[in-house]
Design a protein around this ligand. Structure first.
Ligand code: SF4
Length: 121
């Protein structure tokens, strides 16, 4: 495999940004990589959403022209967070929450409600 993937990815991205649309075979040549190694670098960058590939036909052969990704090209990351376990925390409805704090009269360290909630009583 490629000697130092991160170095090649960084250099490839620089070249793609500079050229604003380079053929992938030109990129491999500039990087000094063969087509197998070059394809891997390009696919890694594309999977990360850093570059965009556009299929083109050059001399009757299909290839790709590579562009820096626009913010709209980036894949959205959906994260599902389960907050069910903290919805019943007593602090949510506590009338003293604004006065509560470490070392204060109202404090999580001495709060009976929190203690009961944590220990499931
Ligand atoms: S720790 Fe206790 S006193 Fe403080 S906000 Fe939560 S429930 Fe209220």
């Amino acid at each position: 495999m490629v000697r130092n993937v991160e170095v090649y990815e960084k250099r490839a991205l620089e070249l793609i940004k500079q050229t604003e649309g380079i053929l992938q075979s030109e990129l491999w040549k500039l990087l000094g990589l063969d087509s197998r190694e070059g394809s891997r670098i390009v696919l890694r960058l594309a999977r990360k959403g850093i570059i965009r590939r556009e299929q083109v036909v050059i001399n009757g052969r299909k290839t790709y022209r590579l562009f820096p990704a626009e913010p709209t090209d980036r894949k959205k990351l959906n994260i599902i967070v389960d907050i069910g376990s903290i919805l019943d925390i007593p602090c949510v409805v506590c009338p003293y929450i604004d006065e509560c704090g470490e070392g204060g009269f109202y404090s999580p360290e001495s709060c009976r409600l929190i203690d009961e909630w944590v220990h499931g009583r």
